[in-house]
Design a protein around this ligand. Structure first.
Ligand code: C5P
Length: 241
């Protein structure tokens, strides 16, 4: 099977989700002027959302962007379900939560958004890429990270989530295991694997990650620091890098 055709919908047009790792609304809006909603989607994480709240989400959506609200929910089922509903009310495209919150939490979240006409996609965070085997052991988890990722991806799928966040190095394994419709969202993307990795360790280029089965690529610094972010997005969308 050619992995490039694993998920035609996602891979075809604009796979990049630009991580808006800024601290203020002003810096964010200043940067976003270089982009266009036809080229990418956007991600707002804990730092920016805590600093700016709903107003920035609404401003960016009114410009036509689809938003990934990356708040990694982890709480009792009712609280996460209500948070997902609040995100669905805002109209965001993608929302995430920690798989280790358990089956009942994920099922409650899926049920909470099931009746929305524009239902946000729900994504599970498996093992944080910052966690090593010894970190896992320290919190009582004996499995290797890769085993746990596989187990938690299966749990996320069986609990009604639409996909998971994972490393591109796990994408092929998870596509095989969970099927082509199960979305894989992968950070750790760099344009030149031999070049500057920043704090990322297990990296892939956009082309490699998509060929491995990633549906969406979360990219921060390589886009934010590019001389011409829009041109770079065009070359990724056209499969040139
Ligand atoms: O700048 P860079 O491309 O490394 O940014 C990647 C983005 O993806 C950041 O917002 C980071 O928090 C996020 N992320 C990650 N690794 C994960 C999950 C999320 O780098 N496992």
């Amino acid at each position: 099977m050619n992995p490039l055709i694993l998920n035609a919908e996602a891979v075809s047009s604009k796979p990049v989700i630009v991580a808006l790792d800024f601290h203020s609304e002003m810096d964010t809006l200043h940067f976003v002027r270089h982009l266009d909603p036809s080229l990418c989607r956007l991600k707002i994480g804990k730092e920016l959302f805590t600093a700016t709240g709903r107003s920035l989400v609404e401003k960016l959506m009114s410009q036509g962007y689809e938003l990934f609200l990356d708040l990694k929910y982890h709480d009792i089922p009712n609280t996460v379900a209500q948070a997902c509903k609040a995100a669905a009310d805002m109209g965001v495209w993608l929302v995430d939560m920690h798989v280790c919150g358990g089956r009942r939490m994920m099922e409650a979240a899926a049920e909470a958004v099931a009746n929305y006409a524009e239902k946000p996609k729900l994504i599970g965070v498996t093992v944080l890429t910052s966690m090593t085997s010894s970190d896992l052991l320290e919190i009582g988890l004996q499995e290797e990270p890769e085993q746990l990722v596989s187990k938690w991806a299966a749990l996320a799928k069986n609990s009604g989530l639409d996909g998971v966040v994972c490393s591109a190095h796990e994408a092929a394994m998870l596509k095989n295991q969970c099927g082509t419709d199960f979305l894989l969202v992968t950070p750790g993307i760099r344009l030149d694997v031999a070049g500057n990795q920043d704090d990322q360790r297990r990296i892939m280029t956009p082309k490699q990650a998509l060929a491995s089965g990633s549906d969406y690529l979360v990219m921060g610094r390589p886009i934010v620091q590019a001389e011409n972010p829009a041109e770079l997005l065009r070359s990724i969308n056209e499969g040139r890098v």
